[in-house]
Structure formats: structure tokens, C-alpha cells
Design a binder for this molecule. Structure first.
Ligand code: AMP
Length: 472
């Protein structure tokens, strides 16, 4: 089905053509017609699947099709404007949005707002604003004073504005919970409950989440009515367009040397390097700059302005390497990121999937490289079980680990590497190699020996400098 066959408003079709979208993605194929029909949705889909358009296009269509209200929107009226410092509550009429999108992070909120502006470019009467922690209050009051149709917000700051009477949800038609699992992980459950309780029961609710299991499934049940459950095929969750590799390292010095070497690969347009801690993001970024590589850090201790500037510089191509923590990098959508490096492995296997999904955006291919200490083999195994894919081990000539990549643990005959998973010989690439990823000088070679699965009970001996991984 094409976007035109789905029946979207011509102004939206024009914006989609201008954006270079030729056909709906899998999640859009299923979600848009159902949302247009007024159904509540609970959608399990990964970032990169096109989920933003899946909820925003039907909303824009609805607003474009609705007649303008008898009373003109209250723009420009002196009574709508906040006082000079934005604190004049008595003269400020609350904003009455028609749509609210809740997101876990500021970056994702800004991205959703930018996407809305892109899709709604031809619709001059639909405005979206982001309400975020870290943004100055006067600026937010000014944005709310425009009475935007669409609010995109992180829960904490929204609650602040609700408490001070700046927002009235009586006109709300559509509520979107984007990356709901993530919002729960970040402890926003009470804020979400409070916000949802302030919206009309007649609203349409669209919930998007990487998973619909457990707590998030309960939340979805409570907040939706007869929702259509959409599960986007597991193939996209597997990131089949992203080649994965890992390198074993002896210690921190070895890891740093190897990272420097790999980052000099000319086939890298832009790279995202993940660290476990904010401090490591700064340290690694500083070290790369000293080594002559163009890097910048992105993490939650930075002021919002600095984070926005760094991301904007990344988008303009002025920064080649972004060193980031999970939370800061969540939702980053820079299509020119060709490589993702796990300087530290994430603790949760799901975070691994989110991390590597920062490359291979919008149908392109990408390469994800993990630098793994021998002591982290359990973690690797956990990730491999979760993704049902093996991560091939690579070795760079001249940067080999002193220990051999694990091959000593024989796999019990006939037993697959993970329960119920497909059987694949170790050491094979998980996706066909892309020609763009030509191997650098001193090219890595596949480790010849097949890697056997790690026994959960086996505790690998730890040689070299000890370093705790995954510390915050
Ligand atoms: P999302 O999952 O919403 O973060 O979207 C991932 C990326 O896919 C973004 O760069 C979108 O601009 C892009 N995208 C979304 N829908 C389409 C489509 N139908 N065709 C091509 N690209 C798309």
C-alpha cells in the first residue's frame, strides 16, 4: 500500500515526497490505517522502524481535515503573551493542545518535533512545540502562549507546567506514549499516570514500545481501549542491515589503542562511540582529540544548550566521532552515522540493540564494533541470546590480544548456541559485508577458530589490569 492509497491528506503526501519517502515502512503500513480509523494502538517496534511517522501522520491528517474552530487560534493576542519574564499567571491562558507526545528524553522530543515540522510543512495551521527540562521557562511560556496543536514533552517538565495551570488537556484528542518501556525504565511511571489522568477519557491513545511484555504491557492495557496490537516483524529488530563484529582486548590500554586504530578507517563517515559512564565519555573524547581525531562528548551532565549544539554539529558533519552514554544517545537519528563502537558493552542486551540501531538508519547499512574484555564473555552471550545472532570475532593484525579469542569451551554436540535459535557457525558475518566498509590498513581477519558458546558456569580467568565495567 502506498501513502496515497492509505488516503493521507494531499499536503502530507507532498511533504512525504519532498522527504524522499517512497513507501510506508512495515510499522507505518499497519499503524497508519488503524490510527486513521480512530483505533487505540499498542505497537512493539524498534527505533529506526519509522514509528514517528506512524503516529504523527495520522494525527496531522486528522488536524488537516478538521474544520478550523469558530474562534480563531489565540495567536498574537496581548492577553496570550506571557509577561516580560513569563511569570504573569493571571494574564496567561492555558495552552489547549489537541495532541500530546510523551518521550523519555529531550533528544527524542526534539527529534519528534523536527519530524512533525517536516511532515507538516505544508500544513500552516498545525504547530508543534517541545516542552523539555533544561529549556528556560520564559522560552517555554512563549511557546505555550502560541497555543500549539501538538505538544511533545518529557514527563517531568510537563508536570511542572500542568501544576502551574499552563496547560489544559480538555481539548486533547490524541495521546502518544513514545518509547514507553524506556519511560518506565527511567522511573516516569507516576508522572505518566498523573498526566494521563488529566486527559479526557475520549482521547485516542497510541503506545509505542520496544517490548510489550511485563510492566509496559500492563501500562498499555490500562491506558488504551480495545487497542490493536501491532508487532513489527522481528527481522527489523535484528538489524539485518547492520554488520556486527567484536574485538577482544587485554586491558584498557589495548582497548584505547585499538579504538584509535579502528577510528582511522577511512570508510567511516561518522561514528558513535558508547561508554558506560559520563566521565568515560569525556575522557575518551578528550583522548581522541589529543590523538588528532575529531570527537565530541554527549552526556547527561552537559547543559541542554551544549547537548543541542553538539548534536547540531554532528548533523552538519562538523563532528566525526560522538562519544556518548546510552541515555544521551537515545533516539539520536543521524543517518550519516556509519559506525557504532561499544567502547564498553551495555549492561542490558536490549540497550545493545538500541545502540547499534543508531547506524543503518533509513534503510542504509552500518557496522557495529564492540571492544570486549575477556571478562565480559557472559555479557556477550546474553546479547547474542537476545538478538539470536552471533557476533563474529575479529582480530586486527598488529593489535592482537595476547590471549586467544575463546574457543576452548566445546559446545555440546547438537546443542544450538541459544535456546530455540537458528544454528549458525561461529565466526561468520551476521550480514553480508558492505563494500563501503573496506578494511583498514592492517586489516582485521576473521579469527580462524570457531568460537564456542560460553558456559554460564565457567568463570573466565582475568589477566591484566582489572577494571570494573558498567559502573555509572
Ligand atoms: P524513526 O523510527 O521514526 O526514528 O525513523 C527512522 C528513520 O526513518 C528516520 O530517519 C525517518 O526520517 C526515516 N523514515 C521514516 N519513514 C520512512 C519512510 N516511509 N521511508 C523512508 N524513510 C523513512
Amino acid at each position: 500500500m502506498t501513502f496515497a492509497e492509505i488516503g493521507l491528506h494531499p499536503a502530507i503526501l507532498k511533504a512525504l515526497t519532498d522527504s524522499g519517502y517512497s513507501e510506508p515502512t512495515a510499522v507505518q503500513q499497519q499503524a497508519i490505517p488503524a490510527a486513521l480509523a480512530g483505533r487505540d494502538l499498542m505497537v512493539s517496534s524498534q527505533t529506526g522502524s519509522g514509528k514517528t511517522a506512524a503516529f504523527m501522520l495520522p494525527a496531522l491528517h486528522l488536524f488537516a481535515s478538521q474544520e478550523r474552530p469558530a474562534v480563531a487560534p489565540r495567536t498574537g493576542g496581548a492577553e496570550r503573551r506571557p509577561g516580560p519574564r513569563g511569570h504573569d499567571r493571571h494574564r496567561f491562558q492555558p495552552a489547549q493542545p489537541k495532541m500530546l507526545v510523551l518521550t523519555p528524553t529531550r533528544e527524542l522530543a526534539l527529534q519528534v518535533t523536527a519530524a512533525t515540522e517536516k511532515y507538516g510543512r505544508q500544513l500552516h495551521q498545525v504547530r508543534a512545540v517541545a516542552i523539555l527540562g533544561g529549556m528556560p521557562y520564559p522560552k517555554q511560556m512563549e511557546l505555550l502562549g502560541r497555543n500549539p496543536e501538538i505538544l511533545v514533552a518529557t514527563p517531568g517538565r510537563l508536570i511542572d507546567h500542568m501544576s502551574s495551570g499552563k496547560i489544559d488537556f480538555s481539548q486533547l484528542q490524541i495521546l502518544v506514549l513514545d518509547e514507553a518501556d524506556r519511560m518506565l525504565d527511567m522511573g516516569f511511571i507516576e508522572d505518566i499516570e498523573r498526566i494521563v489522568a488529566a486527559t479526557p477519557a475520549s482521547r485516542q491513545t497510541l503506545l509505542f514500545s520496544a517490548t510489550l511484555d511485563g510492566t509496559v504491557g500492563d501500562l498499555a492495557q490500562r491506558m488504551t481501549r480495545s487497542a490493536l496490537r501491532i508487532q513489527v516483524d522481528a527481522v527489523s529488530a535484528k538489524h539485518d542491515n547492520i554488520e556486527q563484529r567484536m574485538h577482544f582486548v587485554d586491558d584498557l590500554a589495548h582497548k584505547n589503542r585499538l579504538l584509535d586504530h579502528l577510528l582511522r578507517d577511512v570508510s567511516i563517515d561518522q561514528a558513535l562511540v558508547f561508554t558506560a559512564t559520563k566521565r568515560d565519555a569525556d575522557t575518551v573524547s578528550d583522548r581522541l582529540n589529543v590523538a588528532g581525531l575529531n570527537a565530541a562528548a554527549l552526556h547527561g551532565d552537559m547543559h541542554q544548550g551544549a547537548r543541542n549544539r553538539t548534536l547540531a554539529a554532528m548533523r552538519r558533519g562538523q563532528v566525526r566521532i560522538l562519544v556518548a552514554t546510552d541515555v544521551a544517545a537515545r533516539g539520536i537519528d543521524v543517518p550519516t552515522i556509519t559506525h557504532v563502537f561499544n567502547y564498553d558493552l551495555p549492561k542490558a542486551a536490549e540497550d545493545y540493540v538500541h545502540r547499534i540501531g543508531r547506524t543503518g538508519r533509513a534503510g542504509r547499512s552500518g557496522l557495529a564494533i564492540s571492544l570486549v574484555h575477556f571478562a565480559e564473555q557472559f555479557n556477550v552471550r546474553k546479547i547474542e541470546r537476545f538478538t539470536k545472532q552471533l557476533i563474529p570475532v575479529e582480530v586486527v593484525v598488529g593489535h592482537e590480544p595476547t590471549r586467544r579469542a575463546p574457543s576452548a569451551n566445546p559446545r555440546p554436540a547438537g546443542k544450538p548456541a541459544w535456546k530455540g535459535g537458528e544454528k549458525r557457525s561461529y565466526g561468520q558475518p551476521s550480514a553480508p559485508a558492505d563494500k563501503r566498509f573496506s578494511k583498514p590498513a592492517g586489516a582485521p581477519r576473521r579469527d580462524g577458530a570457531p568460537r564456542a558458546p560460553y558456559h554460564d558456569s565457567a568463570k573466565p580467568s582475568h589477566g591484566g589490569a582489572r577494571r570494573s565495567y558498567g559502573e555509572r
